[in-house]
Design a protein around this ligand. Structure first.
Ligand code: SF4
Length: 213
């Protein structure tokens, strides 16, 4: 990466960290995936039960494998072989876990987290329930405004996630949101976390390289 681009990404990330802290979140900037994974492990007790938010970013970090290897119990409703009934139980368990690990669809320079969710369990757990939530996001998810964040979700995050999940939705053909009425629509709920909810302990880790969609 050219050093000027590296400078630009780090500058935006650090500005976003400052804004998140003003909005009551804990927030840090780390340069790469390796330091992001270390920060997750440092924030997670070895005996903590960890809920996974269904994020490609945390998959890229190999977070689940690393936590399980260390001895943490991991609650993943997307684990291969999980039945719909079992996934429902796990989603409810995630709401009361020790650490909920997820990404965010977008975050803004003024420190807001913007997400669109299908079942709502991911955004619910981000807002209330787990003892601690860790949000990991690559610099590619930083947007100027909430409006830009919604555009990012409609033109990138949601269509790519729909494709990843093999959904039969119009965006998996056009590449951008068509505000569909498909029964397989993955966009049911939009949340904007303007400030950290008072009882919550939320750490946002911004990683200085692209991660997720
Ligand atoms: S609303 Fe439908 S078309 Fe739009 S991104 Fe979501 S699933 Fe795709």
């Amino acid at each position: 990466m050219h050093e000027a681009l590296n400078w630009h990404q780090q500058t935006l990330a650090e500005r976003t960290v400052d804004a998140l802290i003003k909005n009551r979140f804990r927030a840090v900037y780390v340069p790469d995936k390796e330091t992001a994974l270390k920060a997750i492990l440092d924030e997670t007790a070895a005996d903590a039960v960890v809920g996974m938010g269904g994020s490609w970013t945390t998959s890229e970090l190999k977070a689940q494998e690393t936590l399980e290897k260390r001895g943490n119990k991991v609650l993943n409703h997307n684990a291969p072989g999980t039945t719909p009934a079992e996934a429902s139980v796990i989603r409810h368990q995630q709401l009361a876990c020790d650490v909920f690990l997820t990404s965010t669809n977008a975050l803004t320079l003024d420190g807001q987290l913007v997400n669109v969710d299908g079942s709502g369990n991911r955004v619910a757990a981000m807002i209330f329930g787990p003892k601690k939530t860790i949000v990991v996001a690559g610099v590619n998810k930083i947007c100027s405004t909430v409006e830009d964040a919604v555009t990012r979700i409609e033109t990138c995050a949601a269509p790519v996630n729909a494709k990843r999940l093999n959904r039969k939705t119009p965006c998996t053909h056009t590449g951008v949101c068509q505000d569909c009425d498909s029964p397989e629509r993955i966009c049911s709920v939009t949340t904007i976390m303007h400030k950290k909810p008072h009882p919550a302990d939320i750490l946002v880790i911004i990683v200085g390289e692209p991660l997720g969609f």
